[in-house]
Design a protein around this ligand. Sequence first.
Ligand SMILES: C[S@@+](CC[C@H](N)C(=O)[O-])C[C@H]1O[C@@H](n2cnc3c(N)ncnc32)[C@H](O)[C@@H]1O
Length: 415
Amino acid sequence: MVGVWCLVTWMNLGRPSKLRLVELGPGRGTLMSDLLRGAGSFPEFAQALEVELVEISPALRRAQWVALRCTGGEQRSGVGSGGGETGVGEGGGGGQDAVEGTSSVSGGGVRVRWRATLDEVPQEGPPTVYLAHEFFDALPVHQFVRDKGGRNWLEKMVDVAEPSDPGPHHLRFVLSPGQTPAAALLVPRRLAALVDEERRGVQALEVSAHGMATAERLALRVGAHGGAALVIDYGRGSPPYTDSLIAIRQHKGVHALSRPGTADLSAWVDFGALRLAAEGSGAAVEVHGPVSQAQLLLSLGIQARAQTLADVATSEGQAQALAAAFHRLVGQDEGGMGRSYQAMAIVQGGLPAPVGLYKRGTLRLLQDQANATNPTAAAPNATAAAPNATAAAPNATAGAPHSDGDADEAGGTRK
Ligand SMILES: C[S@@+](CC[C@H](N)C(=O)[O-])C[C@H]1O[C@@H](n2cnc3c(N)ncnc32)[C@H](O)[C@@H]1O
């Protein structure tokens, strides 16, 4: 479905002969691998593509190299050695420095490069489509709390625990003694973008400066060099979160200070802050959304796709797995990914509104479709939807770059 979005965006861009596709935080490479396979049905589009993967984890780079059935780049990097499908993170040599910037070719013949940061992706050249699926939730957040008098904003910091009371983690959260530079910079900016009703009574605030800076950079790139960016993640447009940070180790929630570096940290994405940063950049872009994932996927035709797969289901088990995956992706019930996941696009000025992110007027019809869908009626090809039992709890699949916890297991229900 994300591939369809890229295809339509490429058409909106006037079918350029070259299109750079950049994915931020590709995890195990499943989304890009599905996308490139689907692109094979549209030769002109497929031939235009060159891929850049922004990934900080060497182990996940190796997983991506395998998932995309790459050749090349392995001599210098060693990404391809060390046990194939199951060798991710084991042996294989190679490393962050060696892989960066080396060029490989995917099984479908598309050139693929890896970068450790967005800044390393060239800005010059063809128009670029940026994809960030469950990337922003993995970025660090600041947390602020109003002081007792209500005038100053203090920042939650990490301190060494008292020797007399070390606790289980030997670390503790404390409040800064006064206003920190981050509080002075971020809090007024985020609060100013809220409507009066939301702003009143806010006693705590969570802001990802890293997320905002990334959204700003994406807007500046898209505005100056052409293209679009699509962000899909769990979160909401407003009001901002106060404390959504969680840590996951081996699919279980743990304390955020428990053995730092061994669990994935994740926070719900404040799309309002991303919009604020993109619009505040002054770039020649238009920001669309956030809209619910249900709206995006239904607009892109997920229902027809599910029906096509249902028509060729070969067993009752397949049918039920597809139905469950479909319902999970577009389900509007509390906690369903159709509602808890949101999508936002940043497009170069003057392009048509991106598919699936139209104005809210279309939402009711789409929601009606999602609600009317009986999950037991559709049927499937289970491999296409790859249902993942943990996906309904979005954070359970989040990866973190510096963790040896779940990062190698990053995944989720495919879109
Ligand atoms: C939760 S996983 C998402 C994986 C994949 N996009 C998906 O939806 O299944 C987050 C990904 O972002 C990567 N990542 C996190 N922070 C990053 C950073 N600052 N720079 C580059 N990659 C980062 C992680 O290593 C991982 O690949």
